[in-house]
Design a protein around this ligand. Structure first.
Ligand code: 5GP
Length: 174
């Protein structure tokens, strides 16, 4: 199995997510509830740290989309594997996603969630690879911008492994 090499260490990730949580809270009227929609499986760890940095009223829901399968390249095909449990109507919704790469997944997700009439819809991504973008997708909060490398850890997998790493890593020999 290839060896993971640290690209972004755990303290750096935690500090950045704390700052993102504070920034998000500042931008919503106080007293308003924020509904976070995390994209499984990759978004679970980012969501967990993000919500622990927030003191506003927060609710959460989860969605699963088809992704790359076991390979590392985008097929451009997106399917809803698990839908949300509750309605988004008249709620402040933030999509919480691990990484925006070609942007195809997020573009599709934003379209289908916008059609559910939320009061507002924003997007937070831990990582962005702008050099890989195929569609122009708007992301309101970005944790880190990275080069075109395949990364694992902190929720991100390679063939379902490495999600548990507390840091972002690249795979040597990949
Ligand atoms: P996009 O549709 O923007 O190309 O891809 C988004 C999805 O592809 C992410 O949610 C993630 O599941 C996967 N992905 C994109 N780049 C990487 C990467 O560097 N590492 C891993 N593990 N997954 C990635």
């Amino acid at each position: 199995m290839p060896m993971p090499t640290i690209l972004i260490d755990a303290p750096t990730i935690h500090e950045r997510i704390r700052a993102m949580a504070a920034e998000i809270e500042r931008e919503y009227p106080s007293g308003d509830e924020i509904h976070l929609v995390a994209v499984l499986k990759g978004g679970f760890m980012f969501l967990a740290d993000l919500v622990r940095g927030m003191s506003a009223d927060v609710t959460m829901d989860f969605m699963a989309l088809s992704s790359y399968g076991k390979g590392t390249t985008s097929s451009g095909q997106v399917r809803v594997l698990k839908d949300l449990d509750s309605s988004l109507e008249s709620r402040h919704v933030i999509i919480v996603e691990d990484i925006v790469d070609t942007g195809l997944t997020l573009h599709y997700l934003q379209d289908i969630l916008r059609a559910r009439a939320p009061k507002s819809l924003r997007t937070a991504c831990l990582l962005s690879k702008p050099s890989r973008r195929q569609v122009d997708v708007h992301v309101d909060y970005i944790g880190f911008t990275i080069e075109d490398r395949f990364v694992v850890g902190y929720g991100l997998d390679y063939a379902e492994k490495y999600r548990n790493l507390p840091y972002i890593a690249v795979l040597e020999g990949e």
